[in-house]
Design a protein around this ligand. Structure first.
Ligand code: C5P
Length: 416
């Protein structure tokens, strides 16, 4: 749970944003406590409305105790979150920047489609003119019914984003489409609704993770890259509206469903996948830790220690430099972000290495991190960076989450 989200969850740029959650009666209600906690942890301000149906499963006290403010029910509080007299049915519309209704019952879909204002949540939705996201959950026959499908079509036509339920077994024992989408998807959809869409219309390619260069039938040459920096880049670009192609080495984390994922194994496979995508791209971020060399294969069989002499040697051949090749061969208007994983005694020494690398790779922007510094580089959630652009502008960023690093790197690349 919350895998794809973990690359976005440490993004501090959503702190202080305001979201309203509407919760309807469904066994899936309990999942919303986790969703709320994750949003609050990112510093969002979240208000909640429980329908009478939801109150059959969860209590206002649960959401209040977790930190939602205020929690509305059909019995309106007379004061808002600032202690002022309020019209409860209008408050989310005046304060929230996006509204998510999840789980949304069949009846809630009907009320929304019909423009009803017969309960607190329906009235609040009617008085809300920001982005509305609706994640239905119900029995598969109720979901498939023409009445429900008509309501969904009506809502879609009005610009409501429907997070269609998934397939599987439902609480009532039936099989089919009706399960609430994952908490990850709910969270990412909320962030996407709040994110600036400054990358809309851009096609972005990200390379990420390690590559594996096979030697014998069971062994390979690789490095400990986790792909987290690249996952943060792919997720951030997707949140900001880009179309994202992620070329992933082995073991990369899950990515948002909206990101197109191309799984590869070796440096050569990564090169071929990236090269075939590149001509259609506007931006490229090359965060993969590509193996510079591949062992000359021993063969398909396992190399046996019996008979192997101490100090036996393995030969290596060079791999294509994906970043350099695509950067030098780019067409007009394409922009390139490169990375450098270095061992350096301090940030100034790192910056010196980064300057040389930016020049050699002809990147518009190059971000270097010291993989030997504690809490930085391979497999961590944070990075200290030395960043340099083609105009000679340089910045040193002290330790921060990879989500924040990714967010800032895209902003920089867009304006360079
Ligand atoms: O030369 P070095 O490996 O240090 O350069 C690092 C940068 O080059 C990273 O952006 C990495 O993704 C990219 N690279 C590449 N193909 C290689 C080696 C590195 O794309 N074979």
């Amino acid at each position: 749970m919350m895998d794809a989200f973990s690359s976005a969850a440490q993004n501090t740029s959503f702190a202080g944003r305001r979201l309203h959650l509407g919760i309807c009666g469904s066994i899936a209600c309990y999942k919303m406590a986790d969703v709320l906690r994750a949003l609050l942890k990112m510093g969002l301000h979240v208000s909640v409305t429980l329908t009478d149906g939801a109150r059959q499963f969860v209590t206002p006290g649960l959401f209040e105790a977790l930190g939602a403010m205020p929690v509305f029910t059909n019995h309106a509080p007379r004061q808002d979150s600032f202690g002022e007299e309020a019209f409860a049915h209008l408050e989310p519309g005046q304060r929230a920047e996006a509204m998510l209704i999840a789980p949304a019952s069949a009846d809630a879909l009907a009320r929304l489609a019909g423009g009803r204002a017969c309960d607190m949540l329906s009235a609040q939705a009617l008085a809300f003119d920001g982005p509305l996201l609706v994640a239905p959950a119900m029995n598969p026959r109720m979901w498939a019914h023409a009445a429900t499908q008509d309501n969904v079509a009506t809502l879609r036509r009005r610009g409501v984003r429907i997070l269609a339920p998934g397939n599987g077994s439902t609480a009532c024992g039936d099989q089919g489409q009706g399960r609430l989408v994952s908490s990850d998807e709910l969270l990412l959809a909320c962030l996407q609704a709040l994110a600036p869409q400054d990358m809309a219309g851009l096609r972005v390619m990200v390379t990420l993770g390690p590559t594996r260069e096979p030697w014998d039938g069971v062994r390979f040459w690789s490095n400990p890259s986790s792909g987290r920096m690249g996952a943060a880049l792919a997720t951030a670009a997707w949140l900001r509206g880009a179309t994202v192609e992620a070329v992933c080495g082995p073991g990369c984390p899950p990515l948002p469903d909206g990101v197109r994922r191309h799984d590869v194994r070796t440096a050569r496979e990564m090169f071929e996948a990236a090269q075939s995508l590149w001509s259609e791209m506007d931006l490229g971020a090359f965060s993969a830790a590509v193996a510079d060399f591949s062992p000359v294969p021993y063969g398909e069989a396992k190399f046996k220690k019996e008979g192997a002499s101490d100090g036996f040697s393995v030969s290596f051949t060079s791999n294509p430099d994906i970043l350099r090749t695509l950067s030098l061969g780019r067409r007009e208007g394409q922009k390139v972000l490169g990375f450098a994983a270095e061992t350096a005694p301090d940030m100034d020494a790192l910056m010196t290495l980064v300057r040389g690398k930016r020049q050699r790779k002809q990147a518009d922007l190059l971000a270097g991190n010291a993989v030997n510094a504690p809490g930085c580089g391979f497999g961590t959630d944070s990075n200290s960076m030395a960043v340099l652009d083609k105009n000679g502008h340089e910045e040193i960023w002290t330790s921060q989450s990879k989500a924040d690093v990714a967010w800032k790197l895209w902003s920089w690349l867009l304006r360079v």
